[in-house]
Unconditional design. Sequence first.
Length: 345
Amino acid sequence: MPDLNVNAVGLPRPWLVADIGGTNARFGWLAEDSVTISHVATLPAAGHAGPGDAAAHYLADLAVSLGSAYRPPRAAAFAVATAVGSDPIFFTNSDWALSRRDTQAALNLDELLVLNDFEALALSLPRLQPQQLRAWPGVAMPAARTTLAVIGPGTGLGVAGLVPTADGHWAAVPGEGGHATLSAADDFDAAVLAVVRREHPHVSAERLLSGIGLPTLYGAVAAVLGQAAAPSHSALPWPLTTELIVERGLDGSDAVCSRTLDVFCALLGSFAGNVALVLGARGGVYIGGGIVPRLGERFFQSAFRQRFEAKGRFEPYLQAIPTLLIIDTLAALNGGVQALVQQRR
């Protein structure tokens, strides 16, 4: 991870930062005299009763690792994969719940910030280094600071914006854009959505463009193509997991999986273009989450960018907006640090 511009004057340190999704909880540490996040660890959600329990497990292991150099954290920022509202906070795609008050007391923290995971990822965007990104070729980055957007197909589908402020800092705009209605851009898209609507009257973007949604998309693509959704090889599990769909789509061993990846990238491009228009994200649209980085060259050979730009009279507007893939899946931890830095400003 890159070094962070962390003031000595901020909240008391050490700091604990966490990116807590529907499948995994990722933790990192910012020591008293450091500007670099260290001791990053990923813990499966399935193995812990909740975020507080996972954090306590991480800190216990860290205390053993650091020995006499360990100091309990003074402040923490938890980025969570759900809407942040009243206490307790319930997660959208897992059985976890988080009480700010109880977790702060249990971990003996002076300060606990809880923010949406894509609010944190948005805050990380200005800190990202070239080695953490891969830009779509042929589109230059704008010279001036202007609004950014981030979209992330992971377990779910997160969306957030980032707006420059008058004092030279940034304000994140969290939301639940992944639950906006997904629209069709051609007849094949329309047929796929029609299949899904037989079971789900509201087809959100997350319903298909996420880890929980990719198997649904696969089944709909198979139905439109007139093929049996169940794999012909009985040794394979059914329904197919997202991991198998990606694997078999990339290696060419399953034509339906391959077509599913094509449709996924195209629909994601259309959705990303919509987000760019809604937010006025002329500074760039960043793609995060764990799925797209695994597609590698397939993503950059897909219809994503074509669909991103295909907005009729506003095609020239979209053509000037860069799209960038975040290849560092731990980037949101930097956003937690930024939230703690800005807490004192």
